[in-house]
Each structure stands twice: as structure tokens, then as C-alpha cells.
Ligand binder design. Structure first.
Ligand code: TEU
Length: 577
């Protein structure tokens, strides 16, 4: 049986500062806006707020390109505002964790400015600089053929010092060299202790398994003949020293701090390209003293090209059994271990779950949102919700043009598509990538939060940095707070249910039933003599209900239930106690 710990039973609520609430009408969300909404957040019944980067940044990658870990992006507010937010969360019996983005900095960070100033600068080695290679015609070439997550290559030439620097992401996000101990110490002080000393309760750790690169920098095999750059995540995910680095971060920094109520601070790592359960367990086993838990992205990868910066936006059809097998894998891998798992289907990097995994058509949108909420709420692990998920927000309308997609990843993949069509190497790429963006662009999770039916959904009195959804008059928190049958009301019921039945819902063991059924997702949860049956209909037609003898209905996403069949997009939990 799993050891009981606070962060296993807690529900986390992720806030994307740019899109949550604008308090001063400049079109950008801000920290004072979040403070205004503390009563709303507390009313959900969540236990921890995860705030996405609010640090000083040129905002090329929406704050995941940090130019000063110890200051706040001015349009968001000040360090003092964040201190007020820490206090307000604690006063409402909620913890606050920040985003730890230390695989790279912005190219505007003073560390990088010094590093690029001269080959002899003491900080030169705090980033990865390598000389050019030259082809048989004497043309300059980057040190490797690696493909960036944001399309294009992972090296950019620096004219001033005549070398390339490495960036797995955008060229404005140079990778920090974790092999350099002085650099690691500076990261621990500036990005971690500065905020832990101000009372935060832990971190969500960005790109947590990418800090140890194969520093011999080999070329990646040619797996994409249409492109000059190749998927190469195997050369930076789970590299030779990754566990040493994370163990050091934990031992030297995290283990020295407690939450405001005296508990161990929490870490949740953003892990990618780690398909083997043993590999994941190495990061989350308590005895390893590395991380408490990690996000596994197989669910959010459904429909995307092969993970590891393959062809993410070239949509590939998937069927429900694929999702069920993924859930089964990451529900069961921790059983009998001292590890832990997470449960989520939305974040700031993904399209909205209602649009991606069910139906956002007007007649099915609310049912889908409740059905998905129930399907994931009953799973073992720590539940993470993303702002707007609790009111059933959906993807931007397909009618929007690609210029509405502000995300650097969307823009870079689109530009690459235009270029490849132009070169004649891939004539249908533009419509495929547009279709992929309409379904899976990170932008869909970054539309302004919809608070009420006033202009821009009550997010801002100014022009929002990102267009508000056209349906904010129909989908908004205010309307749903008054409606006991709303998606919001249902999420609040599920959050309470998880606490009332935490043994079987949070800690129980998972058993998948009828795995090949393409219409329903049915599983059991067991905890000693207790059993819960979870039956979910992912279609617009009634589906037979599995036998529920000697079980009673705990909750359904439908107000009325049929004894022997699941209604369209209905989710139901029955228990035997
Ligand atoms: O995301 C990491 C990221 O997007 C990919 O490395 C991801 O792991 C891969 O596509 C497999 O799913 C984090 C942040 O969440 C994201 O917003 C940032 O853009 C990125 O890192 C760079 O900091």
C-alpha cells in the first residue's frame, strides 16, 4: 500500500499568468489579477497552485525564456506581488509552487550576455559553445544535425566569437551547461533559493530530464530524409549524468526546505521521452531522493507525431484503446513501489481535452467535459488541473486564421511548413500542419480565462494579448458558479469525492476492463475490500453498462441514469461499500 503523503492526496491547479486575469487593463494577465481571484481558486477545493513562469523575460516563449530569475516580468507585477500571492495562498490553506526553468535561460540573461561576450569570459563555459564544421565545398555547418523542438536546428552561429551555441528550443533560449559546477551553483542560488527563501512550497521542474547532454555531440541518424535536421532527443533526454544532477539539486537545496506548514517541499518533473516504467521509477522512487513525481506525456501525445520533437503537428488518428493502454501503464507502474504518479490531460502546452479527447460540439461539450473529469478524477495519483479546464473551456474555433496562433512553437512549425511546401518537398504539409494546429496547438490553452459574459470574458478591459474565445458568453465561471448542474459544479463534487474516498480513488490499484472496446473506458479501482467501478462512454450513442451487481451508484455525470446503459458521453462511478 502506498505511504500516505500530503502531495499525493493534494490536487494542483495550474495558472498561466498571461491569460488568467488582467487587473490593470494592459491586456496581459498579472499577479494582482490572480490575487483578486484567490477566493475563486480556494472555492474549487484545490490544495496547491502551480504558477507558470512570471519571472523577467522577453516573452519569446511566454516566460519559459528567463532573463532574470530574481525579478518579475514588469507587466505581471513585482517580487512583492508574488510574496503577497504566497501569503494569500497560505492564508487560504493552499500551497504555491513555481516553475523551475533551468535547462536554458533567455539570451537576454546577463549570464549569457557575458558568456557570448568573449571566448575567455569566465561564464563562457556556462553554455554550450562549439566551433563550426565545414562541408566539402567549405560551407559552414553546425556542430550536429539535431532538430529543435521548435523546428529548425539546435545551433545558432554567433558572429562575434565565431562559434555556434546550443539551444534545444528557440534560438533565444540557449542551453545552460550543467557540466559546469559553478553554473549549477548559480542556478541553485538564483532560480531556487531566492524563491524558497520567500516561502514557496516547491517546484514544477521544466524539462527535468534534459540537463545532461551527450557532450560528444554526435550527429543523429537520418530518420527524416525530407529535412536537413533530424529528431535527436535521445542525445539529451536521460543523459549520462542526469540522475547525479537531480540528486545534487535535491540534496543541496530542496531537502533543506519545508512548506509553510512544515512539510517536505514538493517537486513534480516534466519528463519526456522515457517510455520505460523502470526509467521513470528511477526519477520518482522515494529511496532515490530525486523527484516526488513526474508528468508523463503519452496522453497528450495522442494524435501527435512520434514524441521527441518528431512531427508533433502532423495529426495521426488514434483510437480509445490506445488511451486506455496508456492510462493502464502509468497507473500500474507504481504499484508495489515507493514511487508515485500523476493524473492530468491538460496543461499550457496542449489543446483542450474536451476538443481533443471527446467532443466540443455545442450539444456534447458540457457532457464531454464532465465525462472526462470523472474518467481522470477516479485515477490513482496526484491530480493536476489546468486553468479553464474546470469550466470546460475548449479549443479556439477552427475558423481562426493561423495568425491568431501566437505560440513560438506554432509559428515556427507553420513557417517550416510554408518553406517545405515552397521547396516542393512536401506539397500537402501546410493543410496538414494547419489541421494539427487547430487540434493540438499549445495556443488553445492560452486563450484568456473566461470569467463572465462581459467583453473578453471579463479577462481584461483592454485588448487581450491573445484573442478571447468567441463563446465566452456561453462558457464562463460566473454563469457556472450559479448553476448546480454546471461543469464547474461537477468538478467541485469530484474534488470532494476524491477526498471522501481517497483510499480507493487516490491510492487504489487499477484494473482495466474490456481493453479493446473502442467506445467505452471501463476500469476498476481496488483498495483492500473496497472496489470502485468506473464506466465512461466516449461516444454519442448509448453503450451497454458493464455488470454492476452488488454495487451502488456513487456519482454520474448525467443527472439521470439508465440502469443498464451509459448515455452518450456519460461517466459513472459505482462502489461496493
Ligand atoms: O516544455 C517542454 C516541451 O515542450 C517539450 O520538450 C516536450 O517535453 C516534448 O514536446 C515532449 O512532449 C517545457 C514547457 O512546458 C514549455 O512551455 C516550454 O516551451 C519548453 O519547456 C521550453 O522551456
Amino acid at each position: 500500500l502506498h505511504r500516505r503523503v500530503w502531495w499525493k492526496e493534494a490536487t494542483f491547479y495550474q495558472i498561466y499568468p498571461a491569460s488568467f486575469k488582467d487587473s490593470n487593463g494592459d491586456g496581459w494577465g498579472d499577479i494582482p489579477g490572480i490575487l483578486e481571484k484567490i477566493p475563486y481558486i480556494a472555492s474549487l477545493g484545490v490544495d496547491v497552485v502551480w504558477l507558470s513562469p512570471m519571472f523577467d523575460s522577453p516573452q519569446v516563449d511566454m516566460g519559459y525564456d528567463i532573463s532574470n530569475y530574481e525579478d518579475v516580468y514588469a507587466p505581471y507585477g513585482t517580487v512583492e506581488h508574488v510574496e503577497n500571492l504566497i501569503e494569500a495562498c497560505h492564508a487560504n490553506d493552499m500551497k504555491l509552487i513555481l516553475d523551475l526553468v533551468v535547462n536554458h535561460t533567455s539570451d537576454q540573461h546577463v549570464w549569457f550576455k557575458k558568456s557570448r561576450s568573449s571566448k575567455d569570459d569566465p561564464k563562457r563555459d556556462w553554455y554550450f559553445w562549439r566551433p563550426a564544421r565545414y562541408d566539402e565545398h567549405g560551407n559552414r555547418m553546425p556542430p550536429t544535425n539535431w532538430r529543435s523542438y521548435f523546428a529548425g536546428g539546435t545551433w545558432t552561429w554567433d558572429e562575434h566569437t565565431q562559434e555556434y551555441y546550443l539551444h534545444l528550443y528557440d534560438k533565444s533560449q540557449p542551453d545552460l551547461n550543467w557540466e559546469n559546477e559553478e553554473c549549477r551553483r548559480a542556478i541553485y542560488d538564483s532560480a531556487m533559493r531566492f524563491w524558497l527563501d520567500r516561502g514557496i512550497d516547491g517546484f514544477r521542474v521544466d524539462t527535468v530530464n534534459k540537463y545532461s547532454k551527450h557532450v560528444d555531440f554526435p550527429d543523429a541518424p537520418i530518420t527524416d530524409p525530407t529535412n536537413v535536421v533530424q529528431p535527436a532527443a535521445q542525445f539529451w533526454c536521460n543523459g549520462p549524468r542526469i540522475h547525479d544532477f537531480i540528486k545534487e539539486m535535491n540534496a543541496d537545496v530542496l531537502s533543506k526546505y519545508k512548506t509553510y506548514d512544515g512539510l517536505p517541499v514538493v517537486t513534480v518533473g516534466e519528463l519526456s521521452l522515457t517510455p520505460d516504467p523502470e526509467g521513470v521509477l528511477h526519477f520518482v522512487s522515494a529511496r532515490e531522493k530525486e523527484l516526488d513525481m513526474v508528468f508523463q506525456f503519452d496522453i497528450t501525445h495522442l494524435g501527435q507525431g512520434p514524441p521527441g520533437c518528431g512531427d508533433k503537428y502532423d495529426f495521426a488518428e488514434w483510437k480509445l484503446p490506445e488511451m486506455k493502454r496508456i492510462v493502464e501503464k502509468w497507473q500500474t507502474f507504481v504499484e508495489g513501489t515507493d514511487g508515485w504518479t500523476t493524473v492530468f490531460n491538460e496543461n499550457h502546452d496542449n489543446g483542450r481535452s474536451v476538443s481533443r479527447f471527446a467532443s466540443d460540439a455545442p450539444e456534447w461539450r458540457e457532457k464531454s467535459a464532465k465525462m472526462l473529469a470523472l474518467c481522470f478524477a477516479a485515477q490513482t495519483g496526484t491530480w493536476f488541473l489546468y486553468q479553464g479546464q474546470e469550466i470546460g473551456m475548449i479549443n479556439a474555433p477552427k475558423e481562426w486564421g493561423v495568425e491568431e496562433y501566437k505560440d513560438v512553437e506554432s509559428q515556427n512549425h507553420w513557417k517550416e511548413a510554408v518553406q517545405l511546401v515552397g521547396e516542393g518537398t512536401d506539397p500537402t504539409r501546410k493543410e496538414r500542419i494547419l489541421h494539427g494546429l487547430q487540434l493540438m496547438a499549445r495556443d488553445h490553452s492560452r486563450l484568456p480565462m473566461q470569467w463572465n459574459s462581459s467583453e473578453n470574458g471579463g479577462f481584461s478591459t483592454g485588448k487581450p494579448w491573445m484573442r478571447a474565445h468567441d463563446l465566452y458568453t456561453e462558457i464562463n465561471a460566473e454563469a457556472q458558479e450559479k448553476d448546480t448542474g454546471s461543469v464547474l459544479a461537477f468538478y467541485k463534487r469530484l474534488l470532494r469525492l476524491r477526498q471522501d474516498h481517497k483510499d480507493v480513488l487516490v491510492y487504489g490499484s487499477f484494473e482495466l476492463l474490456d481493453p479493446e472496446n473502442v467506445s467505452t473506458f471501463v476500469y476498476r479501482k481496488h483498495y483492500q475490500e473496497k472496489t470502485a467501478l468506473v464506466a465512461v462512454n466516449f461516444t454519442t450513442a448509448p453503450q451497454p453498462l458493464p455488470p454492476t451487481e452488488d454495487m451502488k451508484l456513487l456519482i454520474s455525470s448525467n443527472s439521470k441514469t439508465m440502469p443498464n446503459s451509459l448515455q452518450p458521453y456519460e461517466g459513472r462511478i459505482c462502489i461496493n461499500y
